[in-house]
Ligand binder design. Structure first.
Ligand SMILES: [Zn+2]
Length: 405
């Protein structure tokens, strides 16, 4: 089930907001930061500029690691700002192992737009390299010492970032350029993505192999880096094609076809204990619409109930712990599953109330969506026709079975 879920809800640690864009880091960045710090402070800097006290190296190493971080961030911001200028909203940027990912809410509308967005990053990195190079020349030559070494390092790191990202394998920038060209030539985004992602996987495994070879050659740190980067790239290439394919399929299915009709609802006046015993455990569902005098007022889930300590569950009402009905919790029956997934992704909701005006028509859950996808894949693998509306409906009513998983 993980594909729909994992891909759409990839989250990192939020760092800050820049130009209205949330900047987050993947937890892997902690390891990367430490590795960079260590390789600069214990290896590169003492080698380039010997004979200084240890503290000076570590201070410079910290500045270098922060400079690398800022360089990657600037590269990613360039993509995001280019996307926004063209009219594609960017919600957040996530910094990864070797770069970043701008979390676009949808795919670029044309090859031309894709090309502009893809090139913005590497061009910015080359611009930064030029800036650091010029700064290095502006420093007084003999006295520059460690700061000179640092500035030259940052100039090179930005050249490397630009060049690496221009490798023609999706989802790297160069792969996006390749995809834009293929898209423009063939007219098919899906076909172009498949080819560009295949190239991405090829480059990924190639880089990993190179890393493995240099590991055997004794280059422990450099080899490990390459293996990690290569495997990561290969995985990213596969998953980006998959998620596009999923999105394309989900665009063709309406929310109405996949929702649970007439879902069981909970009265707002019920206590959390009643919710747990009479609804969650008794029926095996994970979430329920909340009704007050026949009107939908919100939605409540196992997660909301769990936050209330068992001894307080008698006294706390469902109305107090539910998520009140708002735009984030509701979706129109005419919307597509792709739109529903985008909304879940954007708002962090795992279930949406399907409503027309004030009337509750059904409940759409992320688990149900994943399950629907799983069933489709099983059927597709057997060579049968893709699942229609009827099968989708059945997969949702089978949801209680998910409790055990
Ligand atoms: Zn880039």
């Amino acid at each position: 089930m993980a594909e729909v879920a994992a891909d759409s809800r990839r989250r990192g640690l939020s760092l800050m907001r820049l130009f209205g864009i949330r900047v987050q880091v993947d937890p892997s960045w902690g390891v990367i930061f430490a590795l960079v710090l260590w390789s600069l402070g214990a290896g590169y800097l003492p080698r380039e500029q010997p004979g200084l006290p240890g503290a000076a190296y570590w201070a410079a190493a910290l500045a270098g690691a922060l400079g690398l971080f800022a360089s990657i961030l600037t590269h990613e911001l360039a993509h995001a700002l280019a996307a926004r200028r063209i009219g594609l909203p960017v919600d957040s940027i996530t910094l990864f192992l070797f770069g970043g990912v701008s979390n676009l809410e949808r795919e670029p509308p044309s090859p031309r737009v894709e090309l502009q967005m893809a090139l913005a990053g590497p061009l910015t990195s080359f611009g930064l390299a030029l800036g650091f190079w010029a700064l290095g020349h502006a420093l007084p030559a003999p006295g520059a010492g460690l700061s000179g070494v640092l500035v030259r390092y940052l100039a090179w790191i930005n050249v490397a970032l630009g060049v690496f990202n221009l490798l023609p394998g999706f989802p790297l920038d160069g792969g996006r350029v390749l995809r834009a060209v293929l898209w423009w030539r063939t007219g098919s985004l899906l076909h172009a993505t498949r080819l560009a992602a295949r190239a991405g996987r090829g480059f990924g495994y190639g880089i990993a192999l190179l890393g493995a070879l240099s590991l055997f050659g004794g280059a422990l740190l450099g080899g490990t880096w390459l293996v990690l980067i290569g495997l990561f790239l290969a995985a990213a290439a596969s998953s980006s094609y998959r998620s596009l394919m999923i999105e394309r399929t989900l665009e063709r299915i309406g929310v109405q076809e996949a929702m649970v009709r007439d879902p069981v609802s909970v009265p707002a006046s019920a206590s959390v204990r009643e919710l747990v015993e009479d609804y969650i455990l008794a029926r095996g569902y994970r979430g329920f619409p909340v009704l007050d005098e026949g009107r939908v007022v919100g939605v409540i889930s196992v997660a909301d109930a769990r936050e209330v300590p068992p001894e307080q569950r008698d006294r706390v009402s469902v109305a107090r712990r539910m998520q009140p009905l708002g735009d984030a919790q509701r979706i129109a029956p005419e919307a597509s599953l792709a739109e529903a997934l985008q909304q879940m992704n954007r708002t962090g909701q795992e279930r949406l109330l399907v409503m027309r005006a004030d009337r509750l028509m059904g409940l759409l859950t992320l688990t149900g969506l994943s399950r629907l996808w799983e069933l489709r894949e099983m059927l597709d693998a057997e060579g049968t026709e893709p699942l229609g509306a009827e099968g989708a409906q059945q997969s949702q009513t089978g949801e209680p079975g998910r409790q055990s998983s």
